[in-house]
Design a protein around this ligand. Structure first.
Ligand code: SF4
Length: 228
């Protein structure tokens, strides 16, 4: 596992659990609006896996969950072994993913190594390459969506990137995840983005996001705004 960050405490990133966040290094996408530049470009200082495991051992009984995020978590070598160690310490695990590696996603879930999956849906499928800055197998994205829709605990989320996400895009995405238990529409923050151009773009107004939410609610069971 290549780890590029640790946030030792959060009550907002794993629903209902006091958790820490482990950030993996590297990503197979290059979303121009991404604000995890140091992780994606692998510029962050690497933290030895043993250090993270020692921290988790120390916090057993104090923390309930571990959020694994990136970068992209499912491209990590050694992911299964790492998660087995985390589960041996009785932590609940939330895994964030861009949905591009459904085979690994299915494996970690079926092995009982992940309790909650959060998948980003970047854009309508027809605009995925534009959104991700790289060629994308959208059949893999769809495979992940379909698998996640059958799980007990999960969420889908979309960042409301100006110029990419509009009412039609939200309708298209929400229709694709029709019946989903939880869908979050997240505010875009113009900071530290991969493509400098996005640092100068203003976030959409709250009313616009409220309109997105109303559209999505026609399809999903619950839709909430985040970071507005
Ligand atoms: S926003 Fe895109 S580039 Fe950034 S970590 Fe997520 S999938 Fe990778």
């Amino acid at each position: 596992m290549r780890i590029g960050g640790l946030e030792k405490f959060t009550v907002t990133d794993y629903p209902g659990k006091i958790s820490c966040i482990v950030f993996t290094l590297g990503c197979n996408f290059r979303c121009p609006f991404c604000h995890n530049r140091q992780l994606v470009e692998e510029e962050a200082n690497e933290i030895p896996e043993e250090e993270i495991l020692e921290f988790l051992e120390e916090r057993e009984g104090q923390l309930e969950g571990v959020v694994l995020t990136g970068g992209e978590t499912l491209i990590q070598n050694g992911l299964f072994e790492f998660l087995e160690k985390v589960k041996d310490m009785n932590y609940s695990v939330k895994l964030d993913t861009n949905g591009s590696v459904p085979d690994s996603l299915k494996k970690v879930v079926r092995k009982g190594l992940v309790d909650y999956v959060a998948m980003d849906i970047k854009a309508p499928l027809s605009r995925y390459e534009e959104a991700c800055g790289i060629g994308v197998r959208t059949d893999k994205i769809e495979e992940s969506i379909d698998f996640i829709l059958g799980l007990e605990s999960y969420e889908f989320r979309t960042t409301a990137v100006p110029g990419l996400i509009d009412r039609e895009a939200i309708r298209n995405i929400a229709r694709r995840i029709d019946g989903a238990k939880k869908y979050f529409i997240q505010q875009f923050k113009p900071r530290n983005t991969l493509d400098d151009k996005y640092r100068k773009i203003e976030s959409l107004p709250r009313e616009e996001l409220e309109g997105f939410r109303e559209i999505a609610e026609n399809y999903v069971q619950s839709c909430e705004l985040r970071n507005v």
